[in-house]
Ligand binder design. Sequence first.
Ligand code: ADP
Length: 427
Amino acid sequence: MIGLPSPLLFVLAFAAGAIFALAALAWFRSSTEARQRQRVDTMLSVARRYTLGDLSRPAPDYGDDDLGSVARGMDQAVQELGRRLDSLARDRARMEAILASMIEGVLVVNEQGRLQLVNDAARRILKLEKDSIDHSYVEAIRHPGIVEHIGRALKGEEPEGLELSVTRDTTRTLVARVAPVVTAGRGAVLVMHDITDLRKADLIRRDFVANVSHELRTPLTAIKGYAEALLDDGDDAEARRRFLEIIHRHATRMERLVKDLLRLARLDAGQEAVELAPCDIDALVRGIVNDFDAVAQEKGQTIGAHIAPEAAMLVTDAAKLHDVVRNLVENAVNYTPEGGAIDVGAAVKAGRFQLTVADTGHGIAPDDLGRVFERFYRVDKSRTRPGGTGLGLSIVKHLVQVLNGEVVVENQPGGGALFTVILPWRS
Ligand code: ADP
């Protein structure tokens, strides 16, 4: 074996070492680059997922070097933005739910005159298309008054409220208010209230006042006239007595009217307490029938009662039920011609207590059936009873409502009116 000189051996050993070191370095670099690439790919895939709006999964381990720190920082910023977006979306959903449940119409226009927000009520009131968002308000809204008011608000003015009937529907009255809004840019918000019911209530109130004045003026004029006649010519004892009787009759009528009005006012204000107790229906009905027996006999009428055994006892406010039945029987006697028949019945049907007052009179014209419970409504003024106030059935309706029931009227197939009072059955 030829022995190699030791310096050569050293050089070879050094060269092999260098080659190995270079190979190791190359391997190390290439594997580091691969790892880096893999990390960058992971970051890119996370970024892609975030871009698509999926912020849910926890971020991977980004590593501890500078690249990892930057990725972690970006990730946290994205997560924070996501949380804020979530909260904004929740706020928006809440606002939309509130706007959707509002009966007032709300509409927002931006600086460019485009619709930014329209709630369901506004869409319904103004008959706007479903896709009206981002459309010009001038083209979308067909009401010139509203368009003009929005235009003024966009210029920063505060236009006064506007009363209007919406397109083609003249039965509804609305009040529209437009105000400028200044946030990022200038805009306008329109709010519309439907005041049809308020207007109706106002009309009913005015009619009521006019009716009361009229009903009071008639007896008052008579009283004044006869009192003056008495003052002028009070010597004739016979005439004096007659005049005084007339004055007394009219004063009684006025007293009854005022009493009924006060009762209605008390019922309206919920000031009549309900006192529930077991009530003997049989005794209550028979008592009222007896009270009217003499008047009925005078008119040749028969008046009777049929109380089913299970309806003979009811837990209710006896005084109020008494007033209801008395009123209905009094009407039946009054509006049934001579020789007719009146029948009061009580039974339990479909788990409810039913009290009926039926007569053999002329009944009520179909057009008037729905209106007889209104205040001062009289079907046929010429046939109204002299002492009547036109408030009796209105009081009946209120009393029955206070008792948690309902009262209905219909004409019987054989003629005559049939009033039915339906109450909860508690015995
Ligand atoms: P009134 O004081 O005029 O009787 P109500 O409120 O009791 O007032 O009744 C309202 C109207 O309903 C009456 O004026 C009458 O025209 C009609 N009416 C009530 N009961 C009957 C009935 N049994 N038959 C026919 N018409 C009736």
